[in-house]
Design a protein. Structure first.
Length: 112
């Protein structure tokens, strides 16, 4: 990983987040299940102490980028996935409902 950015503006993505082999307006997203090193808590604690927020929130993505800068970060590329936002209580509820719909649509718990 060379950089992690939370919801980058299209111009920033075109300028700084290019990936060889993708089209001009195609970019890789940063989402999914994350296995976090314990040091992420030190990073989050520092962000809270320093008041580092994005859009009024303490962002895990920003903490992951700071951790990447300090320690490096490994990631696995997946090409087919759906995005769920957990940034606010309303986003969390909406995402949880959509996740449940998707889970059952794919036969989760045998469609119960």
């Amino acid at each position: 990983m060379s950089r992690i950015v939370e919801k980058p503006e299209p111009d920033l993505a075109r300028r700084e987040l290019r990936v060889d082999g993708l089209g001009e307006n195609e970019f890789l997203g940063w989402f999914g299940m994350h296995l976090l090193a314990p040091s992420i808590y030190d990073v989050l604690e520092q962000m809270i102490r320093d008041g580092v927020r994005d859009g009024g929130e303490f962002q895990l993505t920003r903490a992951q980028e700071l951790q990447r800068q300090r320690e490096g970060y490994l990631a696995l590329e997946m090409t087919e996935a759906e995005r769920f936002d957990f940034g606010t209580p309303k986003d969390y509820a909406r995402s949880l409902a959509r996740f449940a719909e998707s889970f059952y649509a794919r036969g989760g718990l045998a469609g119960r």
